[in-house]
Design a binder for this molecule. Sequence first.
Ligand code: SAM
Ligand code: SF4
Length: 342
Amino acid sequence: MMQPQSTDTRSKALVDPFGRTITYLRLSVTDRCDLRCTYCMPERMKFLPRADLLTLEELERLVRAFMRRGVKKLRLTGGEPLLRKDVSALISRLGKDVYSGALEEMTVTTNGAQLAKYASALADAGVKRINVSLDTLDPKKFEQVTRRAVLHDVLTGIETAQRYGISIKLNVVALKDLNEKEIPSIILWAHQRGIDVSLIEIMPMGEIDANRLEQYLPLSSVKDRLEKDWTLTPLAYRTGGPSRYVKVEETSGRIGFITPLTQNFCDGCNRVRLTCTGRLYMCLGQDDAFDFRTLMRNGASDNDIDDAILAAISHKPKGHDFTITRECSSPSVSRQMSVTGG
Ligand code: SAM
Ligand code: SF4
């Protein structure tokens, strides 16, 4: 565990050892989830004890400490962020910073199952865009991949959020056999509704009940296939995340490619991730973390927290070492994606 260093640089932005300025915080507000996506977690997932979770006040205090250090973008994620009981209060409190301009943007990544209930609160808090994860439009396959039969709720959630003026991006994990053939029709469905799509390569994080090698579908092959039917024009457009975008000329919609395996994107990383227990991960694909919960519960001042943030950022690694091959299909890190969120 890293120790905070006393510094004299309180006004400085967060710049890591590789010259990358950190402006984006992803906050996992819970590790719990109402789905059990087969590539994300086992059916009998062991969730963290509730007592370990930071309170709303502690989460907010940490977010504000990062904002003082130049963080401008915040994404609420999980687990399923909309499952946390007091999430509306957090959204509304942080929404004030969106309205004041202290935060440029607050976004959410959700599986959409609870979205219809929360769309209005999100819109009221100034959330302008969200990511909804949806890997298939086929109810049977949806149940196969998420182990829950709630596709209808997700689709209703998407419609409701759009009605409240929230722009949606669909996160689609490319899955061999499961949605390999369906990806073009998911893209068409989305583009017809004004929804961009981010295709994601599976990352080897945490133990699951399946073999990731059997699920892994490289996006290089998906792209080759899409190019047989469509003209894909590379775009300079970025949303602050790792997606590299193309425009589909035939639909005028965008597709983002998130390619941790086939094309490493760590050079431009501007992000760090805080878990619901106050652990700050400087990299999604590495284990090094700083424990802010202990620091805060030992009576840390705001300056102590500032110093600890600086110290943590000075340990941000160059990048992840994800690989999925026949020789190496075991997890690169032991925690599930649901601990730090996407
Ligand atoms: N539950 C919310 C959801 O599904 O949108 C937020 C958390 S989820 C961990 C965030 C994103 O990570 C989702 O788009 C999900 O598909 C993706 N994901 C989960 N496990 C993954 C893995 N092992 N590799 C790649 N993406 C993963
Ligand atoms: Fe839950 Fe999201 Fe993981 Fe699916 S990907 S199990 S919805 S946290």
